[in-house]
Design a binder for this molecule. Structure first.
Ligand code: AHM
Ligand code: MG
Length: 336
C-alpha cells in the first residue's frame, strides 16, 4: 500500500528543515487545517441544515439563519483564538482588525489575513467556494498589542499562503515559499492527505478566465487581449469564485483576470487577503501575478487593509502575452 502523508505530518516534516523554527507557524498551519475541516463539514451540509441564505433570516425551526460565510469566519477565528498561535486577523468579513486574546504561555509572532469563504455569489446555489489565507510575521513587538503595521506589509513578505477549495473534493493548497503542495481531504479518515506534491503550473494552457460580461467596461488594452484569447480559440471558463477559477489554471494552465471597470476603478478583488495569497501560490508554482498596470502584485504597497487591486495571473507565457498587449495598446501614441 502507498504511504499516506497527512497534512500534519507534512507540516511537521517541513518544519524540521528550518533550524530556527519555533513550531508556531507549524501549529498555526495545523489550526487552519482544522478550521477548514469544520468549514468543509458545514459547506457540505449547507443544503440539509438550511444554513444557506441571508444572514438574519429564520430557518424552518424558527432559528436565526447564520449565513455560511459568517459561519466560516467565526469558526476560523474561534480555532485560532483557542490555540493562541495567532496575534490578530484581518478578514473580509470584518471592517476592523480582530485582535485575539492572549492565551497563557503563548507569545504569538504571526498574524493572519483571510477571506473565509470567497465566491459568495456561489454559496446559495451549491457551486464551489473557497477559503483564502495568508500569514505574516508581525512587525509589532510580541509584548504589545498587534496593530495595522502588522498587516500593511507587501505580499512579498508573506511567510505562508494558501487556499481551500470546497469542490467535488476538498483540497487544501499551500506554500511557505518553498514550492506548492496540495492535500485532498479524505472524508473517511478526516485527514488532508498529500495528493499533489510540488505543484508546477504549465507555461501555457487552454483557458482564460474573466467576467466577459464586463467586456465593454474594460480598458482597450484588456479588450484587445481578450479578443486575442478568442482568436486563439482559448476556452473561457468563469465560475465567479476566484479559488475555483485559479485552481483550474494552476493545474491546467491559463490566465485569470479581474481588471478595473467603471464600477471598480481600482479592481474588485482585495489585495491583502485575495490577490496577495493567490499571487504567492501562482508565483511559487512558476507562474506570474501582475496588476493590469503591469506591476508585480507582491510588490504593491499596502496602505489599507481592505484595499482593492486589479489582477492578472497564471501561466508565465500567457501573462507575458498580456503584458505585451497592455504595453502596446495603452501606449499614448496609439489612438482608438
Ligand atoms: P467575494 O469575496 O464577495 O466573494 O468576491 C470575490 C469574488 C471572486 O471570487 C470572484 O473572482 C469575483 O468576486 C467575481 O466577481 P464578479 O461577479 O464581479 O465577476
Ligand atoms: Mg472574497
Amino acid at each position: 500500500m502507498k504511504k499516506i502523508t497527512t497534512l500534519d505530518e507534512f507540516i511537521i516534516k517541513s518544519q524540521k528543515s528550518y533550524n530556527d523554527a519555533t513550531g508556531q507557524l507549524t501549529r498555526l498551519l495545523r489550526d487552519i487545517g482544522i478550521a477548514s475541516k469544520i468549514i468543509n463539514r458545514e459547506v457540505n451540509m449547507a443544503g440539509l441544515v438550511n444554513i444557506l441564505g441571508v444572514h438574519g433570516d429564520e430557518n424552518a425551526s424558527g432559528d436565526k439563519v447564520q449565513k455560511l460565510d459568517i459561519f466560516a469566519n467565526e469558526r476560523m477565528i474561534d480555532c485560532l483564538q483557542n490555540s493562541g498561535e495567532c496575534a490578530a486577523i484581518v478578514s473580509e468579513e470584518n471592517k476592523e482588525i480582530i485582535i485575539l486574546d492572549k492565551v497563557k504561555g503563548k507569545d504569538p509572532q504571526y498574524v493572519l489575513v483571510m477571506d473565509p469563504l470567497d465566491g459568495s455569489s456561489n454559496i446559495d446555489v451549491n457551486v464551489s467556494v473557497g477559503t483564502i489565507f495568508g500569514i505574516y510575521k508581525r512587525k509589532s513587538n510580541v509584548s504589545q498589542d498587534p496593530g495595522k503595521e502588522d498587516f500593511l506589509q507587501k505580499g512579498a513578505d508573506l511567510v505562508a499562503s494558501g487556499y481551500v477549495l470546497y469542490g467535488t473534493s476538498t483540497i487544501l493548497v499551500y506554500t511557505t515559499g518553498n514550492g506548492v503542495n496540495g492535500f485532498t481531504l479524505d472524508p473517511s479518515l478526516g485527514e488532508f492527505c498529500l495528493s499533489h506534491p510540488d505543484i508546477k503550473m504549465p507555461d501555457r494552457g487552454n483557458y482564460y478566465s474573466v467576467n466577459q460580461g464586463y467586456y465593454l467596461k474594460f480598458d482597450v488594452e484588456i479588450r484587445r487581449f481578450i479578443d486575442q484569447c478568442n482568436d486563439d480559440n482559448l476556452r473561457l471558463r468563469y465560475i465567479g469564485s476566484m479559488v475555483s477559477d485559479l485552481h483550474r489554471i494552476l493545474f491546467q494552465g491559463g490566465i485569470f483576470l479581474y481588471p478595473n471597470t467603471r464600477k471598480y476603478p481600482h479592481g474588485k478583488l482585495r489585495l491583502l487577503y485575495e490577490c496577495n495569497p493567490m499571487a504567492m501560490i501562482i508565483e511559487q508554482a512558476g507562474g506570474i501575478a501582475i496588476t493590469c498596470k503591469l506591476d508585480r502584485v507582491l510588490e504593491l504597497d499596502v496602505h489599507d487593509i481592505h484595499q482593492r487591486s486589479t489582477i492578472a495571473l497564471g501561466s508565465a507565457a500567457m501573462v507575458d502575452d498580456m503584458k505585451a498587449f497592455v504595453a502596446r495598446y495603452s501606449s499614448p501614441s496609439t489612438s482608438f
